[in-house]
Ligand binder design. Structure first.
Ligand code: SDX
Length: 428
């Protein structure tokens, strides 16, 4: 007999089932609440509402725990290859050597995109933000593969779309950047691994090959792993709800990219660097900015600080902060923005406003500093986040489809006008 809780409304008592997860998280199942009581629940921003059960990612905001399919993020970031983590998130287990080689091969052979995509690219203004290009390009991919629109697709057809998305996103991302700077696009080369291929498409030119630096490749691999999934965040929830209408996976991922673009979500990594540069150029020290961040009448917020779930520290931020130190040291780069970031963290973490609200550096606070060191331009930072998050979005979509979940359609409480009659315009 599963545990229940009681809800008393007027003179009626209702027993509601309790759902308990494998990490002892508890939820009250309200799936029959409206039918039983006529009531719905209200939770703007879903701060207290679980949208689904899921076996993909577990995080504990109080303890700063993050695991992909049970594996601690610290171990995966240190030891795994990003494509291994993609396989783990999407198919549920770490791949065997044979499975991994086949997976890599399937991705390598799909890295090219149709030449018509270059024609679309050329139509964008040179200063087009790469996130706008990426979101549009991913949805456009669906027009090249009409068979992917079929909601009753086979496992093989779904896998083919998964391979195409993982393979082509880096190509589309690099091409979006080349378009922004007016450079010729570079084509993927099979001799490179996933991270090397992206970097050479970003930085090689027809006149010279890109020389891969293991420090840069390893840092990128780690960053992609750290961004790979984060349970029911804004963009993953967007992918799920778009996919729940049985829109194709390309369209669902494209919607996720659009949601990620916002500065409160993935767009924060670009906003952090812009904020740190503003503070540095302001030259007036940190106090004015800390006070602005605390001032309710000021829209300024400390970008890269705070999180809906992590209320003491974001485990990814800890790893990225150390990686930023390592990468800058190995590359011999002195970036004053890193010093400003550390100073800002120190001041904020000793300020009761931030401590009392559980506001600590999140994944976006230090990641931009590494991207800068890798030579990635600021407007590409959120594209990098999307590249890392792609396997997580795919895994969330696949789990939702395999669970045969219904179309997502929340309720509301209407607070507008009561019934009234139409008045002809000459009587208004
Ligand atoms: C990501 O969900 C995920 O998992 C996301 C993500 C992922 O991997 O997918 O982790 C990636 O999106 C990380 C977050 C990146 N965004 C930012 O860094 C933008 C800055 N942070 C905030 O805008 C904010 O902290 C959010 C959006 C991240 C979380 O906001 P919540 O949970 O809705 O919290 P809130 O806005 O209700 O804030 C609670 C209080 C408020 O003050 P009071 O009303 O209690 O007085 O904290 C304050 C807020 O004003 N506050 C901040 C602040 N963040 C929250 N004050 C100053 N600076 C900030 N950054």
């Amino acid at each position: 007999m599963s545990k229940t809780v009681q809800l008393i409304i007027d003179e009626n008592t209702y027993d509601l089932p309790v759902v308990e997860g494998s990490e002892n998280e508890k939820a009250i199942d309200i799936s029959k609440l409206r039918a039983q009581t006529g009531y719905v629940t209200l939770d703007t921003g879903y701060k207290n509402t679980g949208a689904t059960t899921s076996g993909i990612t577990f995080l504990d905001g109080e303890k700063g725990i993050l695991r992909y399919r049970g594996y601690p993020i610290e171990q995966l970031a240190e030891k795994a290859d990003f494509l291994e983590v993609c396989f783990l998130l999407i198919y549920g287990e770490l791949p065997s050597k044979t499975e991994f080689d086949l997976f890599k091969d399937n991705i390598t052979k799909h890295t090219l995109v149709h030449e018509d995509m270059r024609t679309f690219l050329e139509a964008y203004p040179t200063k087009a933000h790469p996130m706008g290009i990426l979101s549009a390009s991913l949805c456009t991919l669906s027009t090249f593969y009409p068979e992917s629109h079929d909601a009753n697709r086979s496992k093989e057809a779904v896998d083919l779309t998964i391979f195409r998305l993982l393979a082509k996103l880096p190509t589309l991302a690099a091409w979006a950047y080349q378009n922004a700077v007016g450079h010729p696009v570079m084509y993927p080369k099979n001799k490179y691994n996933y991270c090397e291929n992206f970097l050479q498409m970003m930085f090689a030119m027809p006149a010279f090959e890109y020389e891969t630096d293991p420090v840069i490749v390893n840092a990128l691999n780690k960053l992609l792993i750290l961004h790979a999934d984060h349970e029911q965040n804004c963009s993953a929830s967007t992918v799920r709800i778009v996919g729940s209408s049985q829109a194709n996976l390309y369209a669902s991922i494209s919607a996720g990219v659009s949601a990620l673009w916002g500065p409160l979500h993935g767009g924060a990594n670009q906003a952090v660097i812009e904020m740190l540069e503003t503070i540095m150029n302001d030259g007036g020290g940190l106090k004015r900015w800390i006070d602005k961040a605390k001032d309710k009448n000021d829209s300024f917020r400390l970008m890269g600080f705070g999180h809906r779930v992590y209320k003491n520290f974001d485990p990814r931020a800890k790893i990225i902060k150390k990686a930023a130190d390592d990468v800058l040291e190995k590359l011999g780069i002195v970036d004053p923005v890193l010093d400003i970031a550390k100073e800002l963290e120190e001041v904020a973490l000793n300020d009761d406003y931030f401590k009392s609200r559980g506001l600590y550096p999140n994944v976006d606070f230090y990641s931009g500093i590494i991207y800068r060191a890798l030579g990635i331009p600021t407007e590409m930072f959120t594209v990098m986040f999307a590249m890392g998050r792609l396997p997580g979005w795919i895994a969330q979509w696949k789990e939702m489809m395999e669970d045969n979940q219904p179309i997502g359609r929340p309720r509301q409480i209407y607070t507008g006008h009561n019934e009234r009659d139409y008045q002809n315009i000459d009587k208004r």
